[in-house]
Structures are given as C-alpha cells and as structure tokens.
Design a protein around this ligand. Structure first.
Ligand SMILES: Nc1ncnc2c1ncn2[C@@H]1O[C@H](COP(=O)(O)OP(=O)(O)OP(=O)(O)O)[C@@H](O)[C@H]1O
Ligand SMILES: [Mg+2]
Length: 438
C-alpha cells in the first residue's frame, strides 16, 4: 500500500470516529491526534482505555490501524536506511578521491578508517589497517604524532603538526570526533603533502636572498669608492680615475643583473615578446663567436667554428638565440684556462639543428651538473674562482631555447672539459602562433 493510500484509509476512519454520537467529546482530541497512522494507533488505545461505546469501533479497527502503522514505520525505516547508505557512499567516495590522507582512530587506538591517500602516505597495507594500531603505523615515521602526543597537543590548544619522510613533507591536522552519546569517540587525523609548496617557498626565499646578495656586493664596492673620493681621493687624479672606473663597471654589473631578472620575470609570466624571423643561423653563430674572440684572444685560446654550409635559414627570435649562443660560448671561454681550445660546430639532421660548443676547460662535477640550470647557481667557487658570474645565464638560455621548442644538454668531466648541445627544431615551433610584434 502506498503512502497516499495509507493516509486515505486513515482519514476515512477519523471521519467515522467524529460522526459517532457518543464520541463527540473525545472526537476533537482524537481527530487532532489521529491524522497519522501512529496518532491513529494512539487514539485507538485511548479509545479502548476510555471504555466508551467508541471502544467497540476502536477494537474492531485496531488490527487495521496496527497494519497501517506497521506499513508506515517500515516505509520510514526503509527511507532512513537508504538515506544512511546514500550518505555512507557519498562520504566514502569523497574520502577515496581526497588527495589528503585521512585516518579515523578509535579511542582505543585502533584504526577505524584510512582512505587510499592515507594508506599511500603511511605505506599501510590492508592488513595493517585491519590489525595494527595507529601508533604502530605512525611510529615508523615519527614519534611526534602518536595518539598520546596528539591528545597532549589538543589539550594545549594545538590542532596540527608536520613530519618529513623520504624527501616528502606533510602537514598534519587533527581533531576529536564525538560518538552517538556525545562522548569523545576518537580522532580524525589528516595528512597533506606539502612537499611541492615547501620547495617553492624555499626557492622563493633563496631567490630573494640571492638577488639581495648579488646587488649588495657591487653596491658595497660603489659606496666604498664613493667614500674614498669624498674623503679627499678626488684630489688625486690617479685615484679618482681608478675609483670612477670601478664604480662604472659595478654599475654595469648591477644593470646586467637587473636586466637578467627582468627578462626572467617576463619569461616566467609569459610576457616575453618573440620576434620570430627567418634567420641565417650559421651567420648568427659566427657573429657570436667573433664577439667572444676578443676575450679568447686575450687568454690565448683557440676558438674554432665548424659548419658545412655558409648559410642555414631557421625561424627564430634572432636576438634571443644570439643571447643564448653568446652565453654558452662566453662560458666556454670563461671556464677554460689560458691556451685552451673551444670548438663551435653547427650540424643538423632531419628534424633538428644542433649548435655544439666544446671546450677543454675546468669541467663540471656530476653534482654541480645536476644544478647547473638553477637560478644563481654558480657551482663550486673554489673551482671557478673569480670567473663565475651571477649564475643566471644558463637558466635564461634554457628557458629561451625551450620556448623555441628545443633544449640544451650539457655533458662534462671535471678537469677535462665541457660539451654543450643546443638543439633547435627545424619545424617552426608553436610560439609562432602568438608572436607579439615588438
Ligand atoms: N663551459 C663550462 N665549463 C665549466 N663550468 C661551466 C661551464 N659553463 C657553465 N659552467 C658553470 O655553470 C655555472 C652557471 O653558468 P651560468 O652561465 O648560468 O652562470 P655564470 O656564467 O656563472 O653567470 P652569468 O649569469 O654571468 O652567465 C657557472 O658559474 C660555472 O660554474
Ligand atoms: Mg654564463
């Protein structure tokens, strides 16, 4: 019987009760009460208890009322049961797809629930979840987050902590959940992987420290020479000339750093304008090598260029690629001793053009090689001494080449030399599509 049928039969009986002459007094009360099957059942018992003539009616209808009531209760239980299942499924799905690890721990320390992320973060097997206590699991990583430790933290008003393991860092938050009696039922502990954001925070902090340091060094020197001039040095023409020369080159250095930083920020924000044009790459490389020839000559180095063709046209941003080639050749010149040799070669295959710069200089250790493209990384100062610059050249070069759809690969052996390969695709890269003309 459907809900509407149940209430329809109920209403008929109520109507009949009211029309029974001896029940007029009780009728009003019973009418109000009997609007639902449960109320009708109560009314039936009330009628029986009153012993009135009405009781005859109620007695005869008691079974029908009980049946109605049973139906309604069954309906309500079914409804609330399927509601509970729906809520349970919903919760399970949320927990399953949550990237945060969530563990519910009973007051006795047993694991009530651990979602998949928690199992992954805490390396829990199904057997662990079934049999192990929470403390057994967490103690494999840290002793700061045991049940007792967390309860103490909560008492002190703290609701979170963190732990690191295997190169990853996790933020942990926790709280007490109540059972159906309103008592403390246990703890919910949530683990969030913050490794990446922590790394970004570290990089940002390093970056600010590096920029400050790189700008502070020339500023200190400028200030020192300016003070010397003010303190009377200005009257000594020789000293004045030296001081002003140094001030001038330090200002140039600061200008270079600021320009590099502005360029990096443009590249990062995708605001770099690309002026893509058909360019003779061989001529570009020859020109860049020639410019470095002066410094190489001063160091009595051999600087050779090898290219089969005189000309090879490629669509690139000429100035930016020249900047890259200049930086790579200038590195080779800078980090190669007097009398050393630098070979620059331009070759190509079916899909790529390669600009290869080979030197027999001081080389780079394996450990340094893994960090060489980091901003401000200048390697081992003891090895490169005064030669090293600000460590922005390679990181900018890499970004420029990647924007052209290519890459830079560096191989090196400490003490023997370095080989840098710049690869550029022969097919025009995607940045052609959104060139912003300068
Ligand atoms: N050919 C090379 N031989 C040996 N070490 C090199 C070579 N090229 C780069 N390096 C190392 O890599 C580091 C990073 O190079 P990068 O060009 O980014 O910075 P830099 O030359 O120090 O400064 P700048 O920002 O002025 O270019 C250098 O400081 C140097 O230690
Ligand atoms: Mg450099």
């Amino acid at each position: 019987m459907s809900d509407s049928e149940i209430s329809h039969t109920t209403r008929q009986k109520v109507f009949f009760i009211v029309l029974t002459p001896t029940a007029v007094g009780a009728g009003v009360f019973l009418l109000l009460n009997a609007l639902t099957p449960l109320g009708a059942l109560a009314s039936a018992f009330a009628g029986l208890a009153s012993g009135a003539v009405l009781a005859l009616y109620f007695a005869s209808n008691l079974y029908a009322v009980i049946a109605d009531t049973e139906n309604e209760l069954k309906g309500r239980i079914d409804e609330s049961f399927s509601g509970t299942i729906y809520e349970k499924n919903k919760l399970e799905t949320i927990l399953r797809y949550m990237t945060d690890g969530t563990v519910a721990v009973g007051a006795d320390g047993s694991i009530i629930h651990a979602n998949e992320s928690a199992r992954r973060i805490l390396r829990m097997t199904d057997d662990d979840v079934r049999r192990k206590r929470y403390d057994d699991i967490i103690l494999r990583f840290t002793d700061d987050l045991t049940l007792d430790a967390i309860l103490q933290d909560l008492e002190a008003g703290e609701t979170g902590g963190s732990f690191s393991y295997g190169g990853a860092t996790y933020d942990v938050s926790f709280g007490v959940f109540k059972d159906s009696y309103g008592d403390d039922g246990g703890l919910v502990i949530i683990f969030r992987d913050v490794t990446e954001s922590q790394k970004l925070r570290d990089i940002q902090a390093d970056f600010v420290a590096n920029v400050s340091h790189e700008l502070k060094t020339p500023l200190t020197s400028i200030k020192g020479y300016a003070e010397t001039l003010l303190a009377g040095g200005i009257d000594d023409p020789e000293m004045s000339k030296d001081a002003l020369g140094i001030i001038n080159s330090e200002v140039d250095r600061m200008k270079r750093i600021v320009n590099d930083l502005l360029q990096l920020s443009r590249l990062d924000a995708g605001r770099q304008t690309w002026n893509m044009k058909e360019t003779n790459v061989i001529a570009l490389v020859r020109m860049a090598a020639k410019k470095q020839g002066v410094t190489a000559g001063r160091k009595r180095q051999q600087l050779n260029l090898f290219a089969k063709d005189r000309s090879f046209m490629l669509t690139i941003d000429r100035d930016r690629i020249e900047q890259v080639v200049t930086n790579i050749i200038s590195n080779a010149v800078k980090y190669t001793r007097e009398g050393g040799r630098i070979d620059v070669e331009v070759v190509r295959d079916e899909h790529w053009l390669y600009i290869i710069v080979l030197d027999n200089g001081i080389g780079i250790s394996e450990l340094e090689l893994s960090r060489i493209f980091e901003r401000f990384y200048t390697g081992n100062k003891a090895r490169s001494g005064d030669m090293s610059g600000t460590g922005l050249g390679l990181s900018i070069s890499k970004q420029i080449v990647e924007e052209h759809g290519g890459n830079i690969v560096i191989q090196s052996e400490l003490g023997y030399g370095t080989r840098v390969v710049i690869s550029l695709p022969l097919e025009a890269p995607a940045i052609n599509k959104n060139i912003l003309q300068e």
